[in-house]
Design a protein around this ligand. Structure first.
Ligand code: GLU
Length: 428
């Protein structure tokens, strides 16, 4: 496929170009009409807000926030908010587009969106983060809403941030509506209306998708080894869920370094260490290793659960794992993926593998709408069912179209969106 990247475009814009390239390839495969393609190639709305927030020393700083709403053809816009210093428009556009495919593939009645605030939460006090999040929510105003656009956590944000968003949104609206609009955000704390199992949902989902893949090829999961990149919400819960299935985590990497222990690294002990030390470096029951060595680890399974563009042309030829489960969004470059597929590596693509988060977000939204509370067992069972249905749909499409698993995932997602466009029509 020709690459249309201009040398001076930003990393974020390049990511969006990658997202469009992947989309075009899948659209070709299923013969999506030109009109629908044109619509889906660009997000519907790109919102940028610059807003002030007060720092603890009384000074004011202006922050930049983004919300990109890619498509609402299947339901309200849905997707996370990331708090990272470098977040930019192109990156958010790519991630919003991926959310559209992810919600469609998962068969939840949502569209796709993504957002972020450009700042590093590690450099701010809790009170400063609260003021930043509340001012951002206020600046977004009616651009979000429980039947319009529903944010959730992503890199750098968490349940507490969602509670501040909810509280700000509810207090800015009229009194009578306050109780029935809590679902304006998902990923909240349990006490304020969050769902049991949402916190671990993405990591748990990765393990469910992996187990289904092993079953399909009659391979024993118990006794296999995994290397996980990123030990935030996704990596940590993935480690715990996989440990329950008998998988040994031997390698972990994050922004502070990489560690290994051939006998296994205990997820709970590592989590206690990272909560205090801020990262995996310095964990005493493992030895340090180089990040590039991490990607060549002699393991069965590799889980990139950190950021985009990690398995690139340079790293892909050296990956020894036979299965890659994409915890992050867009961790494998287009060229990297081609190399891996040629080498026979199975890739469980992000739009399937990490969909557990948004699927349980849907359960949270439903529970709020019905003022109901599901048991954890019900959440997990339903999550497994949604993911395995999506995985089965992908395998059938992969066989039918003789294409990659990612292309098959997009084909399933796009076919559903195409059908709805055709039935609804384009108006006015
Ligand atoms: N941020 C997560 C994702 O990328 C979850 C989104 C959501 O729950 O809306 O899928």
């Amino acid at each position: 496929m020709p690459t249309r990247r201009s040398a001076d475009s930003t990393e974020g814009e390049q990511l969006f170009e990658t997202a469009v390239e992947q989309f075009d390839a899948a659209a070709d495969l299923i013969g999506l009409s030109d009109n629908i393609r044109t619509i889906l190639r660009s997000p519907k709305n790109e919102i940028i807000v610059n807003f002030p927030a007060e720092m603890d020393d009384g000074s004011l700083r202006v922050f930049r926030g983004y919300r990109v709403q890619h498509s609402d053809i299947l339901g309200p816009y849905k997707g996370g908010l990331r708090f990272t210093p470098g977040v930019e428009l192109g990156e958010v556009k790519a991630l919003a587009m991926w959310m559209t495919w992810k919600t469609s593939l998962s068969n939840v009645p949502f569209g796709g969106a993504k957002g972020g605030i450009a700042f590093n939460p590690r450099e701010h006090s809790v009170r400063e983060i609260e003021r930043i999040v509340r001012r951002f929510t206020h600046a977004l105003g009616s651009n979000i809403g429980p039947e319009h656009d529903i944010p959730a956590p992503d890199i750098g944000s968490n349940a507490q941030a969602m509670v501040w968003m909810m509280d700000t949104y509810l207090n800015s609206g009229s009194g009578g509506d306050r109780q029935n609009t809590r679902r304006v955000v998902t990923g909240k704390t349990i006490e304020t209306g969050g769902s049991l199992g949402r916190d671990k949902a993405t990591g748990q989902g990765l393990a469910f998708v992996l187990a289904h893949q092993f079953d399909r090829v009659n391979r024993e999961l118990e006794g296999s080894t995994v290397a996980i990149q990123g030990f935030g919400n996704v990596g940590e819960h993935c480690a715990r869920a996989m440990a329950q299935m008998g998988v040994t985590m031997t390698h972990v990497a994050d922004h502070t370094g990489a560690i290994m222990n051939g006998r296994g690294i205990d997820a709970e002990a590592l989590w206690r260490h990272t909560s205090e030390a801020g990262g995996v470096a310095g964990f005493d029951d493992a030895e340090a290793l180089d990040v590039d060595e991490f990607f060549t680890a002699d393991v069965d399974i590799l889980v990139p659960a950190a950021i985009e563009n990690q398995i690139t042309t340079e790293r892909a030829p050296h990956v020894r794992a036979s299965v890659i489960v994409e915890g992050a969004n867009g961790p494998t470059s287009v060229e990297g993926e081609r190399i891996l597929i040629d080498r026979g590596v199975e890739i469980l693509p992000d739009v399937l593998a990490n969909a557990g988060g948004v699927i349980v977000s849907y359960f949270e939204w439903l529970q709020n709408k019905m003022s109901a509370r599901w048991q954890l067992g019900q959440v997990d069972d339903e999550l497994r069912r949604y993911l395995w249905e999506a995985a089965d749909a992908i395998e059938a499409e992969k066989k039918r179209l003789a294409c990659s698993r990612r292309e098959a995932a997009y084909a399933v997602a796009l076919a559903r969106i195409g059908t709805v466009f055709n039935q609804r029509g384009i108006w006015p």
